[in-house]
Design a protein around this ligand. Sequence first.
Ligand SMILES: *Cc1c(COP(=O)(O)O)cnc(C)c1O
Length: 452
Amino acid sequence: MTLVDTPATLTGGPSLAQERRLVTAIPGPRSQELMARKAAAVAAGVGHTLPISVVAAGGGVIVDADGNSLIDLGSGIAVTGVGNSAPRVVEAVTAQLNSFTHTCFTVSPYEGYVAVAEKLNELTPGDHVKRTALFNSGAEAVENAVKIARHFTKKQAVVAFDHAYHGRTNLTMGLTAKNIPYKSGFGPFASEVYRAPLSYPFRDGGLSGAEAAAKAISVIEKQVGAENLAAIIIEPIQGEGGFIVPAQGFLSALVEWARENDVVFIADEVQTGFARTGAWFASEHEGIVPDVIVTAKGIAGGLPLSAVTGRAEIMDSAMAGGLGGTYAGSPIACAAALATIETYEQDGLIERAREIGSVLIGRLNALRTADPRIGDVRGRGAMVAIELVDPATGAPDAALTNAVAKYAHANGVVLLTCGTYGNVIRFLPPLAISDELLIDGLSVVAEGLKNA
Ligand SMILES: *Cc1c(COP(=O)(O)O)cnc(C)c1O
């Protein structure tokens, strides 16, 4: 067994020992102590997946207060693509902290915000003239994308899709599909939000992209009407809804219909963005150019930042003062974003996401061949999932999914589940993870399946 560092003096980042190391049961005594304080102090609605007390993280590991080192297959939900405490991010944030911490961009501007906007305008799909506005969270950016689309089109209705997840604020709860835990009892929800069917190849009887799009467009035309519709909002690969990759041609047919009908097409790339899927943005895999693209999670190495980027004529339609927020585009978060984007570029992390994807897909498909409870293996790049089912009926098996996740947690792997039916295990490792750790993490998942 390795000597355990004193947690209080442990430094995070990639220099942290890259190993799975359990020195106590999970949760250990110090983590249990924190969980007891949490239960007494923090609102019960703020849940947790894994009951540990984190003291350091970096590369592909998370270290807890008891000295356990866990393999990170979640990246804090697709946020720390560059790894925790990535060196360029730490350096840029430290320098920014030492120069100034806040002025409010809409009071007295600074360069970092503008530089992030320039970078997003350059990196997002399409070579049209673009503008960007920055916010704090994914939900806040989604809200603003809808505000802007309504202002531009002078129309009100918004269409979201089955299995969608767009956030926890009032409008974004309304856009989100799943009742429990996201919506139940939290209404009333915003009006003029409608839902269309999604292309879900594993569960829609194998409709082609064109057929699934025709079905969705028919619902939109019959139930909403293009003349009332400001925007369609969709995740190019759904996140919380179950890592659903729509059939080829579904998204492009929707984009085409939106363009013909003066409807703003908004891609919510909050989870899929920033190298995660083996491209800067998942829209690129389908060759689509969204009118507006919403980004957040992977943008700033763990600091809170989000963005709305879109066609200049759409983005510029809102009046001065109509967009913004006290902390929106914080100078510290902007410094982190610039360093994060530089890290994706300099460390070849888009390519790395593809390599991680082949390891994941290869090993998970091998497992699936031997285990019919794995109904589907899907995803792109370092955003991959398995859907667990009853092999006889194909019915979702949430109990098995929870059992595998529990086994992984107890054995030192941070593993996330998702899906409308709670039967999807999702893999979102930091792109800074080593193959060795990734493969070790997958072997724990395989053991979990065998034991369940
Ligand atoms: C996480 C997520 C959001 C919400 O982002 P927050 O920062 O949690 O508000 C919105 N859309 C998608 C696709 C997400 O994955």
